[in-house]
Design a protein around this ligand. Structure first.
Ligand code: NAD
Length: 481
């Protein structure tokens, strides 16, 4: 079994109070691991170690070329451990092994991308207005970073934070979700093997309101990067105000997928399905809010329902499985509450809504693929993030109406639409106020492009050049010769 302890200042260590946590497989509730359950004291130790490693100057002044070399080494190690990591991710989250393998390929790609970027920014010379002087603007690492990640993409989300922070020369304390720590522990082992100096990479485990809160509150942490729910994001932002630390937030989404009547029908149906049932809808950018133009609506819903019926639900480790369980019994209860709310609100339950009948799945946290029709924009099922395998369908008539309704949301992470009309492509992509807009596609992301949300879907951007800049401070050096 994977090393189930924390990693602080280059040493593997149990919780200071001796507590442990049982990590369960969401498919059947079986024990996958037993890991240390840290508390505030452990977080403080990790922060102190990261502070020392940063303030001693050794790591932030390591040549950028060397920081890039270490990240490339980490990418190699992720590739070497791809199958192990993917298996751990599936055991921990229930997602299919194929999805976990894609995640690991992305993780390796993210380390490689930032390895290449580490030595590319040498600053810029700007025009000084004063004779006999010169001015330079350089980027410096922001310092000690707390990095808190969620359970749906445990290692992928951690790598979005870890790779740019290390490329920039920061030191860090990772805090995975308490229910999915295994791949974060494994990447920590790989960072140790790659040769990061003690204190540069630290990993603490434990409950968010203690360990995570300590990272957010501490005056010794310079930046907190958080991916998770909006309510937690707001708590973290308030906690971060104490020392005005930098805050990067990747929060939830309720993402419209708009199908115009001139769309390529078969492709749009395919993507409408994948947009939601990938990882059982537990994706911040899931296209759970489907909007279909009147003329196409009934045919589209019929085709979608037919496809949904064929989704193979089961154990993520089984190659035939297309959709695994939800992460936990608590989360399933939340999804089921939303299904009940939708029915009370008057949405029509066209498919699913319950648990699988197969007794072999009885111990897993499953909800069957669920389709609600006759939805309208004010329903909670349409406005709030369910984070489960549930699609709501709204009917619309005009383009203007579709755009206005899509933008009428507190979220703003991503949106997609389907049309063959080039003028509409230009108009609608300009009018939709979301961090990512897909035209004739859905749920496509890659490390080269910035990712983040408008409105309450977040603050700042991860990935791309912008994701690296989040981990830097700008310094203007004025030199009077
Ligand atoms: P969550 O907010 O419950 O927890 C996320 C992390 O925050 C966990 O590590 C948790 O331990 C920690 N945490 C909890 N309370 C805390 C506190 N008071 N102080 C500090 N840390 C605390 O979210 P979750 O249920 O793990 O993840 C699901 C959410 O994440 C969804 O809303 C989803 O949309 C969002 N998400 C967003 C993105 C994105 O890129 N925008 C990506 C993945 C997930």
């Amino acid at each position: 079994m994977i090393n189930g302890t924390m990693y602080i200042d280059g040493k593997w260590t149990g919780s200071s109070c001796g507590a442990t946590r049982r990590i369960e497989n969401p498919f059947d509730g079986s024990e996958v691991a037993n890991v240390a359950e840290g508390g505030r004291e452990d977080a403080r130790e990790a922060i102190a170690a990261a502070r020392r490693a940063f303030d001693s100057g050794g790591w932030p002044q390591t040549p950028a070329v060397e920081r890039g070399r270490l990240l490339a080494r980490l990418a190699d190690l992720v590739e070497r451990e791809r199958e192990n990591l993917a298996r751990l991710e599936t055991l921990d989250t229930g997602k299919t092994l194929e999805e976990s393998r894609w995640d690991m390929d992305d993780v390796a790609g993210i380390f490689r991308y930032y390895a290449g970027m580490a030595d590319k920014d040498a600053g810029e010379i700007i025009a000084s207005p004063n004779p006999g002087t010169s001015s330079r603007v350089v980027r410096e690492p922001v310092g000690v970073c707390g990095q808190i990640s969620p359970w749906n993409y445990p290692l992928l989300q951690a790598s979005w934070k870890m790779a740019p922070a290390l490329a920039a020369g920061c030191t860090l304390i990772m805090k995975p979700s308490e229910i999915t720590p295994l791949t974060t522990l494994k990447i920590t082992e790989l960072a140790e093997e790659a040769g990061y100096p003690p204190g540069v990479v630290n990993t603490v485990l434990g409950p968010g309101p203690e360990v995570g809160a300590e990272l957010a509150e501490s005056a010794d942490v310079d930046l907190i990067s958080f991916t998770g729910g909006v309510a937690t994001g707001k708590t973290i932002m308030r906690a971060a105000a104490g020392n005005v630390k930098r805050v990067a937030l990747e929060l939830g989404g309720k993402n419209p997928n708009i199908v115009f009547a001139d769309a390529d029908f078969d492709v749009a149906v395919d993507h409408a399905l994948n947009a939601v049932f990938f990882h059982a809808g537990q994706i911040c950018s899931a296209g759970t809010r489907l909007m279909v133009q009147d003329a196409l609506h009934d045919r589209f819903v019929e085709a979608l329902a037919a496809r949904m019926k064929r989704i193979k639900v089961g154990n993520g480790l089984d190659a035939a499985t297309e959709m695994g369980p939800l992460i936990s019994a608590d989360h399933r209860a939340k999804v089921e509450r939303y299904i009940a709310i939708a029915r009370r609100e008057g949405a029509t339950l066209a498919l699913g809504g319950g648990r699988p009948e197969d007794p072999a799945l009885a111990n897993g946290h499953f909800v069957m693929p669920t389709l609600f029709t006759d939805c309208d924009s004010h329903m909670r099922i349409v406005r709030e993030e369910v984070f489960g395998p549930v699609i709501t369908v709204e009917r619309f008539v005009t383009e203007k109406e579709a755009v206005a309704r899509a933008n009428d949301t507190t979220y703003g992470l991503s949106a997609g639409f389907w049309t063959r009309d080039p003028d509409r492509m230009a108009r609608v992509s300009a009018a939709l106020r979301f961090g990512t807009v897909w035209v004739n596609d859905f749920n496509v992301y890659f490390v080269q492009a910035p990712w983040g949300g408008y409105r309450q879907s977040g603050l700042g951007r991860e990935l791309g050049r912008q994701g690296l800049e989040e981990y830097t401070e700008l310094k203007h050096i004025y030199h009077n010769h």
